[in-house]
Design a protein around this ligand. Structure first.
Ligand code: MN
Length: 267
């Protein structure tokens, strides 16, 4: 089995190497990761500047590792389309520092990289631990190892994108594992006029977009709910953002738009 590992916290992040330590015992592991932290860049790809890639000395000895001066999704594209000759059996992104729950999946670089792999038809896992301090990576790594083995044994669907979040707890304090749906989580995003010298760079004012306190719905069965209840959350996700329930109700809008368009003079 061959596994590609990336992240959005940058190649030096300990969560990435915790994954490497675990997965190397069951698979051939390659690391291709951004050179710096890229949290919050989502599925963004770099189109307007050249991408530089170089092999680096791995933090875990004996592992093939490359650094990309780009985003997590860039790292996946470069790895799969240019660097790696062999077909990968699985792509794992993480272990991210901080949860990626509910609507966060749309801005998460961790999930963004997993999406990119999924777009190429590979099974992908995005995995995050819900804390920024004193992180417990051991359960997250183990879960990935077990899922990789299940995948290799044909027990998981081959077209797979899993978003996994864990509470930052040792195994004996984790209350269980739930298959969940994405919850709703919105940050009252705030803008700060920022920094030293009252947010002026010498020429102009500048600002920081910062996350406010997350407001989450507590619906049972969601990823947000699972984490609140000290459970591991596994959410299968896919690319379809279509609002299926609105398809029929918007048909009427279409016909009225057509009528108004044909009766109006354009240009
Ligand atoms: Mn991150």
């Amino acid at each position: 089995m061959k596994i590609l590992i990336t992240n959005d916290d940058g190649i030096a992040a300990p969560g990435l190497w915790a994954l490497v330590e675990e997965l190397r015992s069951i698979a051939e592991v390659v690391v291709v990761a951004p050179d710096r932290e890229q949290s919050g860049v989502g599925t963004s790809v770099t189109l307007h500047q050249p991408l530089r890639v170089r092999p680096v000395k791995p933090i875990v000895a004996g592992i093939e590792a490359y650094v990309v001066e780009g985003t997590p999704a860039d790292s996946i594209i470069i790895a799969l389309k240019m660097l790696l000759k062999d077909k990968m059996d699985l792509v794992v992104c993480g272990i991210n520092e901080g949860s990626n729950l509910g609507t966060d999946v749309l801005i998460s670089g961790t999930v963004g990289a997993a999406f990119q792999a999924y777009f190429y038809g590979l099974p992908a896992i995005a995995i995050s631990v819900a804390s920024f301090d004193n992180l417990h990576f051991e359960v997250a790594s183990r879960i990935c190892g077990l899922l990789a083995q299940q995948l290799a044994a044909g027990k998981l669907p081959p077209r797979l994108l899993l978003n996994i979040n864990l509470p930052n707890l040792p195994l004996d304090q984790i209350a269980g594992i739930e298959i969940t749906e994405l919850g709703e989580r919105s940050y009252t995003d705030a803008v700060k006029r920022g920094g030293v010298k009252a947010g002026h760079d010498g020429k102009r004012d500048y600002y920081w977009i910062v996350h406010g306190e997350p407001q989450s719905k507590e619906d049972k069965g969601t990823d947000v709910w699972a984490l609140r209840h000290k459970r591991i959350s596994i959410t299968p996700i896919h690319h379809d953002l279509t609002s299926h329930e609105q398809l029929a109700s918007l048909e009427g809008v279409c016909s009225s738009l057509s009528q108004e368009l044909s009766s109006s003079r354009l240009g």
